[in-house]
Design a binder for this molecule. Structure first.
Ligand SMILES: Nc1ncnc2c1ncn2[C@@H]1O[C@H](COP(=O)(O)OP(=O)(O)OP(=O)(O)O)[C@@H](O)[C@H]1O
Ligand SMILES: O=P(O)(O)OC[C@H]1O[C@H](OP(=O)(O)OP(=O)(O)O)[C@H](O)[C@@H]1O
Length: 317
């Protein structure tokens, strides 16, 4: 059982009642695509908690924080209204809740990347988004879909159609959006696409993109917990960097050093240490994990030896 009013915050576990009034409240998606990523981020940031079965509030054992597990769609509003101080949700959810002006966006988190796209049946006569104007669209993102089609309505409906009050009809469904066309509910849908598998399985294809999205860390603009928020943000930044970068170590002859440091400039600058063997130096540099194979090829081409790649467990950047 829990109570989230500002006057009286507490959580009752089967063993005790824990006061929330002196804890920073951190909203975490309780299920869905973002949930597991958030748990691994919390783990990497050494934010330890025990979540009792069925309880949506979990006190953190090593920091004055309580995690509040909430639907991703509700987190922007909770953060904007100050019910929680900090939260993780999708950029799409922030826009859909019209909370972008009411929360501070602290950090792009690099997961939950996908696109909100307009999709129609492959076999339909509708080939481009203008062809959908005036027809029926179904979505879970009605605010974003309405704003998107309002602009298209202005552009593509004739003056007579506008006078008659014709516009694209946007209808809300909470899930299984991709089934709407096959069920005869809609001529097109607006839904999230990552790999495109769901879309293709439903016989749909994308004809335009409403927006791109990824998970983001947001804070309430008036929270009094600035120093703890800065600490959490810095830890999460470190976890993301550790996932994104590897440490590259190699030996190179001094006369090729300037070429080598162009290939591995590092985040600030590479570390260069002389080797006992006078002509050679050792270089250490953080490089993007995605680019490491190509960078190793280039280093080899200019004569680098003993090229080693190390995983970074954690870091501060
Ligand atoms: N296929 C995807 N790939 C990457 N990110 C996604 C994908 N689908 C959704 N997301 C991101 O995750 C957020 C939550 O979506 P999800 O569908 O998991 O929501 P949910 O409604 O909380 O969970 P569920 O669908 O299980 O009810 C979305 O707003 C979006 O930012
Ligand atoms: O392009 P894809 O990789 O197939 O991903 C897209 C699907 O992912 C999301 O749903 P999810 O699978 O999270 O479940 P949901 O439909 O219950 O929200 C989204 O709503 C799409 O249906």
């Amino acid at each position: 059982m829990y109570h989230l009013s500002k006057r009286y915050r507490y959580v009752i576990t089967p063993f005790s009642s824990i006061s929330l009034s002196d804890r920073l409240l951190f909203g975490i998606p309780k299920k869905g695509r973002l949930h597991e990523h958030c748990l691994s981020l919390l783990n990497g940031a050494d934010i330890n908690f025990y979540r009792h079965n069925r309880l949506d509030i979990a006190p953190v054992s090593n920091l004055p924080i309580a995690l509040v597990f909430l639907p991703a769609a509700d987190i922007p509003k909770y953060v904007a209204d100050g019910n929680v101080d900090l939260g993780i949700t999708g950029q799409d959810m922030i826009l859909e809740s019209q909370a972008e002006e009411r929360v501070e966006q602290l950090l792009d988190l690099g997961f939950g990347k996908c696109k909100l796209q307009v999709q129609v049946p492959i076999k339909s006569n509708i080939k481009k988004v203008e062809d959908l104007v005036g027809k029926r669209v179904v979505s879970s993102f009605v605010v974003l879909a309405s704003a998107y089609f309002e602009e298209l309505d202005k552009k593509y409906l004739s003056d007579d159609q506008k006078k008659e009050g014709k516009k694209t009809k946007i209808e809300y469904v909470s899930g299984s959006v991709e089934a709407a066309c096959a069920l005869g509910l809609a001529d097109g849908i607006v839904d999230l696409v990552e790999s495109g598998e769901t879309m293709r399985a439903a016989g749909l294809h994308a004809i335009s993109t409403v927006c791109n999205t990824e998970a983001i860390l947001i804070r309430n603009k008036h929270s009094s917990n600035d120093s703890l928020i800065a600490k959490i943000t810095s830890r999460i930044k470190g976890v993301i960097a550790a996932q994104k970068y590897v440490l590259l170590n190699y030996n190179i002859q001094r006369h090729s050093l300037s070429k080598a440091t162009k290939i591995t400039p590092g985040r600030q600058a590479p570390t260069v240490s002389p080797l006992d063997n006078g002509d050679w130096v050792e270089v250490q540099s953080m490089v993007c994990k995605d680019e490491v194979a190509e960078i190793m090829d280039k280093l080899e081409e200019i004569g680098a030896k003993d090229i080693l790649v190390f995983k970074i467990d954690n870091c501060r950047v």
